[in-house]
Design a protein. Structure first.
Length: 87
């Protein structure tokens, strides 16, 4: 449906979209976006942010993990040294 503008003589004259809606801009159209992909990307970003927060609150420093591993290996080797060989 096209809008019609009345001329000064009283004649009806068809008007284009740019004249009927002056706030519309001319130029290339916006980028077409798949809404499912946008929704999935948003939820993925939210879960990654939550995972980062969990790592900060529940995680241990690399030095702590390494120290615990070394301590466990030391205890294991000490236990093996104390083992009796009864063949």
């Amino acid at each position: 449906m096209r809008r019609v503008r009345m001329a000064s003589r009283g004649l009806a004259k068809p008007v284009g979209a740019a004249q009927a809606f002056p706030d519309r801009r001319r130029g290339p159209m916006g980028e077409i976006v798949n809404l499912n992909k946008v929704r999935k990307a948003r939820t993925k970003a939210e879960t990654q942010a939550q995972a980062k927060a969990n790592r900060v609150s529940h995680g241990r420093a690399k030095a702590q993990t390494l120290a615990e591993q070394l301590e466990a290996e030391r205890q294991r080797s000490k236990l093996d040294q104390a083992r009796r060989d009864d063949d």
